[in-house]
Design a protein around this ligand. Structure first.
Ligand code: AQP
Length: 333
């Protein structure tokens, strides 16, 4: 039987290779597997949990949608929409927020990381972000959610919320506990400048990430400047445990070539970094440049993007509003 897939990406700009390898590439593969029903959402309600400039947000919504389309998500096969078009996400989130416990949310590491030292100044939205994410998923009865490793804890919370809702209201199986789909290998792409931090949109250094909109020259230059070390490459993967930058670059190479890390190690054993980086730049350019060209092309046709989102929003609304109506009845409204 096919899977019901839901996943989202925040329109917070600077979409990067980590988002592509950890999420979007997987979205396309799942869409193309027979029998799957996929819903891919530009999660703009999530984006405003941190401050956004309204004009830039609008253009980021279009850019993220363009990145979906350019990567191969097909609006005829999958539902593509932006979250704020479907009010049921907010309504469902409120009801689920009354089910989730403070203690559960207090354990969420992403809030701790994003709020930083000054938790008191973080928005309430950032704190309840995982509840909205639970609503996103549960409204579509998603069976599987493709996410990067960093979202695993939020997925577990969605499962807990679903189970507690069903139990509290004696509605067995009403909300379906979703399974995370996390790639076994290379699920966390790290910064090109520091292998201990994940590649991220908000890193102030543009050299830390490869953006999906980077030109060929920018890609080649960033890979040239990526941090490595002085030791040569060897075919023994145990040597990588304290070489996070090298492991990350080999992971990117392996993932884009659909091959194991060991195969990549065998390929470059005894060779120097300039040779490896040349090959790495070639494969990144081969996979990312067509996407980048297509994103730029699509962005010139914002009308088309808006139509895709509107039509996707209408389809999503049918599914989500039905589920929210059922939820309201169960709650007693
Ligand atoms: N470095 C990464 N490696 C693998 N997967 C990643 N994802 C994000 N960064 C990496 C996955 O991309 C999907 C969409 O992520 P998001 O829109 O929720 O953004 P994010 O996780 O907040 O992305 P950033 O870059 O980390 O943004 P900032 O800098 O704002 O924190 C998710 O499935 C995520 O796992």
């Amino acid at each position: 039987m096919g899977k019901k897939i839901f996943s989202g990406v925040q329109p917070t700009g600077n979409l990067h290779l980590g988002n592509y390898i950890g999420a979007i590439k997987n979205f396309v593969d799942l869409q193309n597997q027979k029998g799957n029903e996929c819903v891919y959402c530009v999660v703009d309600l999530h984006a405003i949990t941190t401050k956004q400039d309204p004009k830039i947000l609008k253009s980021n919504i279009r850019e993220t949608t363009a990145a979906f389309l350019a990567s191969g998500i097909d609006p005829k096969k999958s539902i593509i929409f932006n979250q704020s078009l479907v009010p049921s996400h907010s309504e469902g989130s409120w009801m689920l927020g009354c089910i989730a416990r403070m203690g559960w949310l207090n354990r969420m590491t992403q809030f701790k990381e994003k709020a930083g030292k000054d938790k008191e100044k973080a928005s309430v939205g950032l704190y309840i972000y995982p509840v909205l994410m639970a609503a996103d998923i549960l409204l579509y009865d998603a069976t599987h959610v493709p996410v990067g490793e960093d979202q695993k804890q939020h997925l577990e919370l969605s499962r807990d919320i679903a189970q507690k809702f069903n139990l509290d209201f004696n509605a067995p199986d009403f909300l379906r506990a979703p399974e995370p789909l996390i790639q076994k290998n290379f699920s966390r792409i790290m910064s090109l400048k520091d292998g201990k931090n994940k590649m991220s949109k908000s890193d102030p250094s543009d050299l830390s990430r490869i953006n999906l909109t980077d030109s060929k020259d920018q890609i080649v230059n960033k890979i040239k400047k990526a941090k490595t070390d002085n030791d040569p490459l060897s075919d023994d993967d145990k040597n990588l445990s304290d070489r996070p930058e090298v492991e990350n670059l080999l992971g990117i190479y392996s993932s884009l070539n659909d091959q194991s890390l060991q195969n990549s190690l065998n390929e470059f054993s005894g060779k120097n970094f300039s040779e490896f980086k040349k090959k790495l730049a070639e494969i990144v350019v081969e996979k990312i440049s067509p996407i980048s060209i297509e994103i730029n092309k699509l962005q010139k046709d914002s009308n088309y993007i808006d139509i895709v989102l509107k039509e996707g929003g209408e389809r999503a609304n049918k599914i989500a509003s039905k589920k929210v109506s059922e939820m309201k009845k169960i709650v007693g409204f």
